[in-house]
Structure formats: structure tokens, C-alpha cells
Design a protein around this ligand. Structure first.
Ligand code: C2E
Ligand code: MG
Ligand code: MG
Ligand code: MG
Length: 279
């Protein structure tokens, strides 16, 4: 607290803290109603080939249109949902919606494209996760091979043996796996080597710094290392032509970012691909 600045300063701080707490509780309460009030939507961001720029996959990103607050960013509501436990329900809603969308694009150019879905810790480690995902796919008549799950290092480090077991079960069902926000965690090489993920996604903070030569060398080394480990590499948050050029130069496999496509509603995505006449 603001020592020596008097009583009013102290009050001001505690008011602000109180307000922040209140806002968080509001988000938490509203989030619980968001599903049945139809306020959630799944947007899709294309992931393109670094070779020919064709769309190789999609990342599903949750969007929440709050009746008063407007669009609330996942950067705000996902952490709240993770803390309150609501993320489990949101996650199932989202997987169900994605299954419906997969049927919707069955007879379009997006046919058989793989969708990347972010998994929070409580989702992957939920006792019923594997079984319920399997059931959902069966009930919705969607193949698990339509899915790729994205986990961060912190999600996989929670309970290493159990995580590896679960990831292997998902692999065995036909799902692919990616390590999200790669480079921001603390994984050792030996840990990365035993993680059954097929892909590493280089975090956008590394891409942003590529104007600096040293940082470019780091990105180039990360890509090389991933390839040595036998994994594909996606660069996230790519916004500029020069970033694309460097990444191609470094043999990066796939690119995701505003430079090519923003996350968008399915209707818009279908317009983009049909206008191009190809993925
Ligand atoms: P993420 O999984 O790392 O997703 C990538 C984020 O980068 C997305 O933010 C995407 O919109 C943003 N992005 C993509 N290209 C660019 C670019 O060129 N420049 C910049 N500045 N940003 C770019 P978004 O949609 O706000 O999501 C934030 C995070 O929230 C995600 O990070 C993910 O961790 C989490 N999240 C989103 N949807 C879900 C979900 O359905 N389930 C769970 N568990 N987490 C989710
Ligand atoms: Mg992700
Ligand atoms: Mg993430
Ligand atoms: Mg990421």
C-alpha cells in the first residue's frame, strides 16, 4: 500500500481492488449462464502451409458475446473459467459445436480438415475426458481424427505420467497433438523428446522479436530442434511479410497469423475458401 501518502491513497487502492474482484465475480456468474443463453461462438483461424500457403488446418477459438459488455476476450474469460471450474462445461460445449461445424463443412472445400482445439489442465485431467470425448465423437458421428488437441507445457507438467498416458490414448484414437505457446515454458529437451506431440507451436512473443538478429537465430534454432525431435513446427501470431520470409527461410512448416487470416466465424471462412476456389 502507498505508505506515507495518507489515508486517501490507501482507500483508493482498496477500492480499485474491490472493483476488480467484483468485475471478476460478475464475469464468473455471467459465464455460467453464457452457454444456455447462446452467447458463445466458435471462431476458426486457418493455419497455412509455409510452402504453398494452402489452408492445412484450423484452430478453434472461443468467443463470448456478452449482452452488456460486448465481445469479452478469451484472455479475460478463459482464466476465470479455469479458476471457477467452468472451463470443463465450456470445453464440452465447444467440442459439441465443432462436431456440428464439421458436418456443416463436409461437402465444402474444408472437407476432412483437422481442427485444433485448446485444452486446459482441468479438461485433459478430468477423469472422464477420454471416455466422454470418445462417446461424443460416436454420438455426433465424427471421427476423432478430425481433431488435434493443443496443450501448453504447464498443462502437460501437472502430472507427467498420467499426461503422457492420456496423450497416447488420444493419439491411438487418431487425434493429433500440439504443444502450444512453445518456448514460454521450462521443458527440458529430454521431456520434450518423450512427449507424444506431433507439433510444436512457437509462441507469438518470439515472432514479434524477429526484427532482432539474435531473436531470429533463436527461432531458427527452435525450428531446427523441433525437426531433430521429429516434430512439425507452426509459427503463431505472424503479422508481417518479413516474418513470413524469415520463417520460410528457416524451413518452418506452417504459419498462423493475421498476415494470412484472422479468426473468423464459420460462415465467413466458407466464403473465403469458396472465393479462392481452393483451400
Ligand atoms: P492460443 O491458443 O495461443 O491462441 C492463439 C491466440 O493468438 C488467439 O487469441 C488468436 O486470436 C491470436 N492470434 C492469432 N494470430 C495472431 C496475430 O497475427 N497477431 C496477434 N497479436 N494475435 C494473433 P485468442 O483467440 O484471444 O485466444 C487467447 C487464448 O485463449 C488462446 O491462446 C488459448 O490459450 C485460450 N483459448 C481460446 N479459446 C479456447 C478454448 O476453446 N478452450 C481453451 N481451453 N482455451 C482457449
Ligand atoms: Mg492454441
Ligand atoms: Mg494458449
Ligand atoms: Mg499459442
Amino acid at each position: 500500500l502507498a505508505k506515507g501518502k495518507g489515508r486517501h491513497q490507501v482507500e483508493w487502492y482498496s477500492n480499485e481492488m474491490h472493483q476488480r474482484l467484483w468485475q471478476r465475480m460478475e464475469v464468473e456468474v455471467d459465464l455460467r449462464k453464457a452457454i444456455f443463453r447462446n452467447e458463445l461462438k466458435v471462431h476458426y483461424q486457418p493455419i497455412v502451409s509455409a510452402r504453398d500457403e494452402s489452408i492445412m488446418g484450423l484452430e478453434a477459438l472461443l468467443r463470448w458475446e456478452h449482452p452488456q459488455k460486448g465481445m469479452v476476450s478469451p484472455a479475460v474469460f478463459i482464466p476465470v473459467a479455469e479458476e471457477s471450474g467452468e472451463i470443463v462445461a465450456l470445453g464440452w460445449w465447444s467440442i459439441g459445436q465443432i462436431c456440428r461445424d464439421i458436418h456443416y463443412w463436409e461437402n465444402t472445400l474444408l472437407k476432412q480438415i483437422r481442427v485444433s482445439v485448446n485444452l486446459s489442465l482441468d479438461q485433459l485431467h478430468h477423469p472422464d475426458f477420454i471416455e466422454r470425448f470418445h462417446e461424443t465423437c460416436q454420438n455426433m458421428k465424427v471421427s476423432p481424427s478430425c481433431f488435434r488437441f493443443e496443450v501448453t507445457e504447464s498443462v502437460t507438467m501437472a502430472n507427467v505420467n498420467e499426461t503422457i498416458h492420456r496423450l497416447k490414448q488420444l493419439n491411438a484414437m487418431g487425434c493429433e497433438l500440439s504443444l502450444d505457446d512453445f518456448g514460454t515454458g521450462f521443458s527440458s529437451m529430454s521431456y520434450l523428446q518423450q512427449l507424444p506431440v506431433q507439433e510444436l507451436k512457437i509462441d507469438k512473443s518470439f515472432i514479434r522479436k524477429m526484427t532482432d538478429k539474435k531473436s531470429r537465430e533463436i527461432v531458427s534454432t527452435m525450428i531446427h530442434m523441433a525437426h531433430v525431435l521429429g516434430k512439425n513446427v507452426v509459427a503463431e501470431g505472424v503479422e508481417k511479410k518479413e516474418e513470413v520470409d524469415w520463417l520460410k527461410d528457416f524451413q518452418c512448416d506452417k504459419i498462423q497469423g493475421y498476415y494470412y487470416h484472422r479468426p473468423m466465424p464459420l460462415e465467413e471462412l466458407l466464403k473465403v475458401v469458396s472465393a479462392n476456389g481452393k483451400r
